[in-house]
Design a protein around this ligand. Structure first.
Ligand code: UDP
Ligand code: MG
Length: 316
């Protein structure tokens, strides 16, 4: 029988753990031919998430868990789970039941019967999400897909079933600042996309603020394309060309027509502000890449484990 592991990143999900486990177990126990187990990753929760997970692990042999020393973020939690996994197929799924566990059966079919390497879910409606947020997230997908070679699917969520080979490939990308949506595309393999309607949270709260989503978007762009650097280079060349032309025009005016340059305070200030703005923005963009390099070079671990019931986790 094939083994399947479900990786569940949890941050302050105390209210959801038991509900998630019982709901998901009910659903997967009806699927024949597979052995399911869970890897809960407690991402430094401040509520009773860890005691709840410990309790589950005590009562159920198919529950493994890793608990971080602090909050390292969902990306780190997914990475830790994938690294710890050993099953033939591994799925990442949210603890808040916003990723319908009913889809697991379809995903398994895609992976083990239809010949795909992975199967991933895509939200088709953004019901229950603030309008402004939907607008910006659409804009983000447009920008990143124009700029980078990897195609990041609009509405793709981190709910994905992967075969062992693909999990190994994802874990082999050793970058510290992980942007999974990009990484899953970058490693290649065949992915089947299945659609589902947005489900609203039953309990607890979304951990994303508008600002954290914005930072996530910038991280994604910086991680997967150097196009912004090329764009500022082009702007530089364009502005230099323009100013050279202007210089020629003024030169000819002075030499042939003998006209001296007169008043021009307003236009001078405007040009200075314009160029100044471009320079500062360019430095900011270079700074983003530099900051990312700085963090990568420090080579710190993606997460630190404080407690786990997985034996060989220490050498991962
Ligand atoms: N999560 C996590 N670490 C974090 C933030 C979130 O492990 O720092 C988990 C969270 O517990 C949940 C999943 O990631 O299982 C998705 O988070 P959330 O529901 O807040 O995101 P949304 O569904 O609003 O995109
Ligand atoms: Mg959620």
């Amino acid at each position: 029988m094939k083994t399947v592991e479900l990786i569940v990143p949890c941050y302050n999900e105390g209210k959801m753990i038991n509900l998630f486990y019982s709901t998901t177990t009910d659903i997967v126990s009806k699927i024949n031919g597979y052995i399911f187990s869970f890897i809960f990753v407690d991402d430094g929760s401040k509520d009773d998430t860890l005691p709840k997970i410990r309790e589950l692990a005590k009562n159920n042999r198919n529950v493994k868990y890793i608990s971080f020393s602090r909050n390292f973020g969902k990306e780190a939690a997914m990475y830790a789970g994938l690294k710890a996994s050993t099953a033939d197929a591994v799925a990442v799924i949210d603890a808040d039941l916003q990723h319908p566990p009913e889809l697991i059966e379809t995903m398994l079919k895609a992976v083990f019967e239809e010949g795909y390497d992975s199967c991933s879910a895509r939200r088709v409606s953004r019901k229950g999400e603030p309008k402004l947020r939907s607008m910006f997230s659409r804009l983000f997908y447009k920008i990143i897909n124009k700029m980078s070679e990897v195609e990041i699917i609009d509405g793709a969520v981190d709910f994905r079933m992967m075969k062992r080979e693909m999990v190994n490939a994802v874990c082999n990308l050793s970058e510290k600042q992980r942007f999974s949506k990009g990484i899953f595309c970058w490693v290649g393999f065949n992915t089947k996309w299945i659609e589902f309607k947005n489900v609203e949270r039953i309990a607890g709260q979304s951990k994303w603020s508008f600002w954290s989503l914005f930072k996530y978007a910038v991280d994604g762009i910086v991680a997967f394309t150097t196009a912004p650097l090329k764009i500022i280079n082009l702007i530089g060349i364009f502005v230099s060309g323009l100013s050279f032309l202007y210089l020629l025009v003024e030169f000819i005016k002075k030499l042939i027509l003998g006209k001296a340059v007169l008043a021009g305070y307003t236009s001078l200030i405007m040009v200075m502000l314009f160029i100044g703005g471009i320079i500062i923005t360019s430095l900011g963009i270079i700074g983003e890449y530099l900051a990312k390099m700085y963090i990568e070079v420090k080579n710190r671990p993606v997460f630190i484990t404080r407690e786990t019931n997985i034996k060989d986790m220490s050498d991962k």
